[in-house]
Design a protein around this ligand. Structure first.
Ligand SMILES: Nc1ncnc2c1ncn2[C@@H]1O[C@H](COP(=O)(O)OP(=O)(O)OP(=O)(O)O)[C@@H](O)[C@H]1O
Ligand SMILES: [Mg+2]
Length: 247
């Protein structure tokens, strides 16, 4: 079971849009896939038209009154399940404190699912927190969307430093560019500069209105716009990721 989290310290960079598309493509490729929506905003659950039927599931799981398996819901797509967001996740940081501040809580929790899934994608809320530390520890890859602007580069460096300070394996950090406008010199220059770090996948996601439409269509791109340029870009990036993580 390979665990990939979609993370950035910064909000609004395309974590959820990417998580929803990668999970769909993994399932379509034949992998048994689980998307864990850990962001209390619940955007990934919304894209998959799934609501939290088991209210307060995270709270119950951490309080040992429910198992993580009970929180799993099937989507309408083959091989694709989801743990929907739930509002108790707002207090996840405090709930994790009650686990003696361990960073391995999610890792141990997910072990229970290792025979059920090939891929787990975690849609993370932005920010540094106990939740983020737990996600980094549990993940085999931390996939980070980066918009090629000056502020995003600063955030990227903060995340790199955080990994080093906390002694998290930095080779897990794998990045890709999103919302790229290749006509802008600033975007091109920043991409050229950051590609040298060898932490970025080659293919990138441009800023495209079809991606915004996912919120209107409540579905991944491959479902409602399979021949769009946006879907082509996501397929190419997914190809890079599979190559990068599956040897
Ligand atoms: N490549 C793209 N082109 C155009 N719009 C995009 C692209 N990727 C995402 N968006 C839009 O930008 C907004 C933010 O995207 P998304 O929700 O995926 O980001 P996020 O990093 O998950 O945000 P948050 O930190 O709030 O969870 C959404 O309205 C989404 O539709
Ligand atoms: Mg999000």
């Amino acid at each position: 079971m390979f665990i990939a989290s979609l993370y950035n310290l910064k909000g609004g960079v395309g974590k959820t849009a990417s998580c929803v598309n990668f999970a769909y493509m993994a399932a379509k490729d034949g992998y048994r896939t689980l998307l864990w929506d850990l962001d209390p905003q619940g955007a990934a659950s919304y894209y998959y038209k799934v609501s939290d039927e088991a209210k307060n599931s995270i709270k119950k799981i951490i309080g040992h009154s429910a198992s993580i398996r009970e929180a799993i819901v099937h989507t309408e797509y083959d091989r694709l399940d989801i743990i929907p967001a739930d509002l108790s996740a707002r207090k996840l940081d405090i709930l994790l404190e009650s686990q003696h501040g361990t960073k391995k809580y999610f890792k141990n929790l997910l072990k229970e699912l290792s025979s059920l899934y090939d891929f787990v994608f975690i849609d993370c809320p932005p920010g540094f927190s106990n939740v983020a530390d737990n996600i980094f520890t549990a993940s085999d890859a931390v996939l980070m969307p980066v918009i090629p602007t000056t502020l995003s580069v600063r955030t990227y460096e903060l995340v790199e430093n955080y990994f080093e300070d906390k002694e998290i394996d930095i080779s897990k950090l794998m990045c890709f560019f999103t919302m790229v406008d290749i006509r802008k010199n600033m975007h091109k220059d920043i991409m050229q500069h950051l590609y040298k770090d060898m932490r970025f996948f080659e293919h990138y996601i441009p800023g495209l209105s079809d991606i915004e439409k996912m919120g209107v269509r409540n579905a991944p791109l491959e479902v409602f716009a399979p021949s769009s340029y946006a879907a082509t870009c996501y397929r190419a990036l997914w190809g890079d990721i599979k190559e990068g993580v599956l040897e």
